[in-house]
Design a protein around this ligand. Structure first.
Ligand code: ATP
Length: 284
């Protein structure tokens, strides 16, 4: 089969299931010598809204899925679900093989920069060099006294938000996997760097990889094989960019009509996208 990932009508919430919660309260009450359940605690947890509702998608080997959506719409939660950290309450999720995940804020451990990228894997010069070039880290290393052997510890160098983001991306890309999950890898980058990294790393270096990229940039949505647009945990749209224009004309023309949308930083773009999705969801 050439399918790498499939989600069929998947829903999930971050909170514990009612049954599980009820059991837990009972156990706790027993332990405290109180036989009755606290009704108010039960009711506060009764109206849990799912973080993801009825999501379906299908990703073939070597293809790119772009995930966009409003703030708090469940983009990161979707990745957590694929990672197995968030268990679906309904629906089916199917994938096989190794996953490499690049979180929004990568964790940096004490050690050299190189160690932070290798993250326990063996050093392969060719692979390492292509990754750091594609992630635009070469120039940064050149400025450091001990290049990528510089220590990232107290008293050592402190990375900027952008450097940290690129280091996290490099770590995820260096790892050999069947599925790559890149959570907003461009958040702290300037427009030029974002463009370079999208081209050189996400499109070129990762050309044959199955990828999910959380991004709000239209250029990225156009280049992706599939797009998933989330709003309040719902799928607002799933398909290709031309299908988006056909099926969601109001949304598409609003964003495409904004000359500067793609050229502002990712944070501001995200709030514009959120506003636009709110507006069109109310109109519909
Ligand atoms: P953003 O654009 O701000 O990054 P997002 O679309 O990635 O948002 P999520 O981070 O998935 O959205 O958040 C969706 C909801 O799930 C939020 O209400 C958030 O508080 C909740 N949530 C996210 N991660 C966790 C977690 N690990 N444990 C509990 N709740 C979580």
């Amino acid at each position: 089969t050439t399918t790498e990932l499939e989600l069929v009508n998947v829903s999930a919430s971050w909170d514990e299931g009612i049954g599980e919660l009820f059991e837990k309260i009972k156990q706790e009450n027993k332990a405290n010598g109180q036989p009755n359940c606290d009704a108010s605690l039960f009711f506060t947890n009764l109206y849990i809204t799912p973080v993801l509702k009825n999501i379906s998608l299908y990703l073939e080997k070597g293809k790119m899925l772009a995930v966009a959506g409003s703030t708090g719409s469940g983009k990161s939660s979707l990745l957590m679900m694929i990672l197995g950290e968030l268990v679906p309450s309904e629906g089916k999720i199917r994938h096989s093989g190794r996953i490499s995940f690049s979180p929004q804020t990568p964790w940096i451990m004490p050690g050299t920069i190189r160690d932070a990228i290798l993250f326990g894997l063996t050093y392969d010069e060719y692979r390492y060099t292509s990754v750091i070039k594609a992630c635009q880290l070469e120039e940064d290393f050149a400025l450091l006294p001990e290049k990528d052997k510089t220590l990232l510890v107290e008293g050592g160098v402190t990375l900027s938000g952008g450097q940290r983001a690129r280091l996290g991306l490099a770590r995820a890309v260096y790892k050999d996997a069947d599925l790559y999950l890149l959570d907003a890898p461009f958040t702290h980058l300037d427009i030029v760097t974002e463009k370079e990294i999208f081209e050189k790393c996400v499109c070129k270096l990762m050309a044959s990889k199955t990828r999910i990229v959380v991004t709000s940039k239209l250029e990225h949505l156009k280049r992706a094989d599939k797009i998933l647009l989330l709003h309040n945990g719902d799928c607002y749209f799933y398909g290709t960019f031309s299908e988006l224009q056909a099926q969601r004309p109001d949304f598409s023309s609003l964003l495409l009509g904004m000359e500067a949308y793609d050229n502002i930083n990712a944070e501001r773009r995200s709030s514009i996208l959120t506003e636009t999705l709110r507006r069109v969801s109310v109109d519909e």
